[in-house]
Design a binder for this molecule. Structure first.
Ligand SMILES: Nc1ncnc2c1ncn2[C@@H]1O[C@H](COP(=O)(O)OP(=O)(O)OP(=O)(O)O)[C@@H](O)[C@H]1O
Ligand SMILES: [Mg+2]
Length: 263
């Protein structure tokens, strides 16, 4: 697939707003939640954006809009210069892939690891004779043992499942990965392994990434740029160095000081 010129941003979020409306019922008035209000962010090729903010501030809503799985009320998202909602499912899955929090629920329990990775190759009609080699190479890249290729998700650990989910996200070589708290369901030691794996893969594939997390230490480790969200808006956007050295917004300062408190 031809990508847009190398100096164009890989992802542009332009003035995106999204309100969820709830119909009223018996004794329950109708109401609405402004999940996102005029959010604009852009990500350069090869850059990792860390997206942080308190629970309910709109991070996952924004991720689903980036992925074209949720429609904004206004504004738009461009992936590789093209409106994400104008892309068909095949084109979209070649450009942008998600990695979610719970690897068990994001994998089909009936599919073996091998079949999980075969499915996108089949759908995209990749060269049939190359498929087994591509699957095995990808398993090696994510550090998943080849001898477990016939196992199903129920037979694997959370960390192994997340490696499979990452392998599935990368098998079509997309330039952009959207990771929504990909390590928060994992054991602390496994979290570090998965984060280091993402860092290695980012370097190897020149990937651009959006990394959503509650863990500021992880964001400091991974991100080039950080956006702090607060109540549906971008409270602060800065390079990793600037944000951690000199936070500007009151909420960012609060977030940083909270992480320093002993637990
Ligand atoms: N499908 C939905 N229908 C209605 N309201 C929703 C829906 N998804 C999210 N919301 C509401 O929108 C707001 C933002 O939710 P969102 O899941 O985007 O937050 P978040 O920052 O990802 O939170 P967390 O850190 O807990 O994952 C919340 O008030 C939430 O209740
Ligand atoms: Mg969320």
């Amino acid at each position: 697939m031809n990508l847009a010129p190398a100096n164009d941003p890989i992802l542009e979020i332009r003035h995106v707003s999204r309100t969820y409306k709830f119909n009223g019922g018996l004794m329950k008035p109708a109401h609405s939640v402004k999940a996102l209000q005029d959010v604009s962010i852009s990500i350069e090729r090869g850059q990792t954006l860390g997206l942080v903010g308190e629970s309910g501030c709109g991070k996952s809503t924004l991720a689903s809009i980036m992925l074209g799985l949720n429609k904004p009320d206004s504004g738009e998202v461009l992936v590789d210069g093209k409106p994400v909602l104008s892309l068909g499912p095949l084109q979209r899955s070649q450009l942008i892939q998600p990695v979610f929090q719970d690897p068990y629920s994001s994998l089909n329990p009936a599919f073996s690891v091998y079949d999980t990775l075969m499915q996108p190759l089949r759908i995209h009609r990749s060269e049939a004779q190359d498929r087994p080699r591509r699957i095995m190479d990808m398993l090696d890249k994510v550090g998943f043992p080849r001898q477990l290729a016939n196992a199903r998700p129920g037979e694997l650990s959370g960390g192994q499942c997340q490696r499979v989910a990452i392998a599935r996200a990368l098998i079509l070589n997309p330039p952009l990965l959207i990771c929504d708290e990909p390590t928060s369901a994992l054991d602390v030691s496994v979290q570090a392994q998965v984060i280091n794996l993402l860092l290695d893969l980012k370097r190897e594939f020149g990937l651009s990434m959006v990394f959503i997390s509650h863990n500021l230490a992880v964001v400091e480790h991974l991100a080039d740029k950080v956006c702090v969200m607060y109540r549906g808006q971008i409270a602060e956007e800065a390079s990793r160095e600037a944000l951690f050295a000199n936070p500007q917004h009151a909420y960012t300062k609060e977030l940083l000081s909270a992480t320093l408190l002993p637990v």
